[in-house]
Design a binder for this molecule. Structure first.
Ligand code: FES
Length: 101
């Protein structure tokens, strides 16, 4: 869920241009300037990947590009940090999730 309107005591929210992209095969709306992580959270997606060894779920942890818990695949390139990568028109994002065994 995105904040649609700011409180009257706060500055007006200025968004970038609306764009479209794909997340796990679904068409999603976003705004220029948002990060991939922001868009995924706005879409209600909290688990962005599972660990290789134990298949444990991971999500945003540091939010500044340090911990690598938010890795996703972007336009076929794996292990892109969602928290520091801005979205672009037509981007194809796949979460690196898998079912537990
Ligand atoms: S949340 Fe830590 S690198 Fe993205």
């Amino acid at each position: 869920m995105r904040v649609a309107q700011s409180n009257s005591n706060l500055p007006v929210i200025e968004r970038g241009q609306p764009i479209s992209l794909q997340v796990n095969g679904q068409l999603v709306s976003a705004y220029e300037g948002e990060t991939i992580a922001g868009v995924l959270f706005a879409e209600g997606r909290r688990i962005l990947r599972h660990t290789m060894k134990d298949s444990r779920p991971r999500s945003i942890f540091c939010g500044i590009g340090v911990c690598y818990d938010c890795l996703v695949t972007v336009n076929g390139a794996p292990n892109v940090r969602a928290c520091v990568t801005p979205v672009t028109e037509g981007m194809v994002i796949e979460t690196q999730t898998r079912e537990r065994k």
